[in-house]
Design a binder for this molecule. Structure first.
Ligand code: SF4
Length: 321
């Protein structure tokens, strides 16, 4: 018999503003009748990609797949200047959805290269954002896990930046490590505030509940980090891609209050669906019967103008999970 009586969706969740804006650009272009493409998946979420496809928005891997005159949306991660130039030279309509925060990173790198710094970039080497950033600083040294750090050479003037979604603790640790590797160290904190706030909210929620569910793509680094933080807090946690992954009510053990959070590419609507599923499979008899209504209420608690980071439709707010 299930024990869950309340499921709490964390504050400030859903798409981050960068992802949301790139999606909105693509939808607007398609609605205007343009042949619209996104260069790479605009968000790592199959459900959203399917919705966009249904609106005629195609995801392409390369610019060669886009016909002259058609529109191509650059996703929030940004691209190298070379890709941008090639798109324009091919006569494509470029709709630049690069997140404003990533644009700041690109500008900072350009300046640091001009100033002659040896640049260390904390990030996942093949991540699209990092690939794009390297177009602005081709000689930057990209490091990720601590085992990589020893290969950073000793130098006189060094600058440290980060991929926007790296965990702040790792950035701080790397900064401390670099102090002994150079004479002058310039630190530009390029960790996105959305990432920081989401991690704080998740840790607060994890401390207040008995079980956490983290929703997001398995390959999403920021989602994995949220899972790790719940573990640090000491709260049992399960990471899922969607409600379909929740089959075993025993996972929730004796938990009565469960928290739900999601990565920056997880639509807030998915959190409502997962919340409903938790009520359905692990709720008390009373809440099971009201699962849809209670899940809608959980979403409404966080989908107000203060915490809203996703386009929540009137239907969703009305409880149509
Ligand atoms: S995580 Fe931050 S930097 Fe990255 S796209 Fe979202 S808002 Fe922009």
């Amino acid at each position: 018999m299930g024990k869950v009586r309340d499921v709490v969706i964390t504050r400030r969740t859903g798409f981050c503003y960068g992802v949301r804006e790139a999606i909105d650009y693509a939808k607007t272009a398609a609605a205007e009748g343009k042949k619209t493409h996104t260069l790479g998946q605009v968000v790592h979420n199959e459900g959203v990609i399917e919705q966009l496809e249904a609106q005629g928005i195609r995801t392409v891997a390369t610019l060669d797949e886009v016909r002259e005159g058609a529109a191509v949306v650059i996703r929030a991660h940004g691209v190298t200047p070379e890709v941008m130039d090639r798109a324009k030279a091919r006569g494509l309509e470029v709709i630049d959805g690069t997140c404003t925060w990533v644009i700041q990173e690109q500008r900072a790198l350009t300046q640091l290269v001009a100033d002659g710094y040896t640049i260390v970039l904390l990030g996942t080497p093949k991540h699209p954002e990092v690939v794009g950033l390297l177009g602005f600083a081709p000689n930057a040294i990209v490091v990720d896990e601590e085992g990589d750090w020893a290969r950073i050479p000793r130098t006189k003037r060094m600058a440290l930046l980060s991929q926007s979604t790296q965990p702040p603790w790792k950035f701080e640790k790397l900064a401390a490590f670099l102090v002994s590797r150079c004479h002058e160290l310039k630190i530009v904190n390029t960790i996105c505030p959305v990432t920081i706030r989401r991690q704080q909210d998740t840790m607060e929620a994890a401390a207040a509940v008995e079980f956490m569910v983290v929703v997001g793509g398995r390959s999403s680094a920021n989602t994995r980090e949220l899972t790790r933080l719940c573990q640090i807090v000491g709260t049992p946690v399960l990471q899922v891609e969607s409600a379909a992954d929740l089959q075993d009510p025993d996972l929730f053990g004796e938990a009565e209050v469960v928290g739900v959070t999601g990565g920056t590419s997880t639509p807030i609507e998915d959190l409502q669906v997962v919340t409903r599923r938790i009520y359905e499979i692990a709720g008390t008899p009373e809440v099971r019967m009201r699962a849809a209504e209670l899940a809608a209420a959980s979403l409404r608690r966080v989908a107000d103008s203060t915490y809203r980071t996703s386009s929540v439709s009137a239907g969703v707010l009305a409880g149509e999970a």
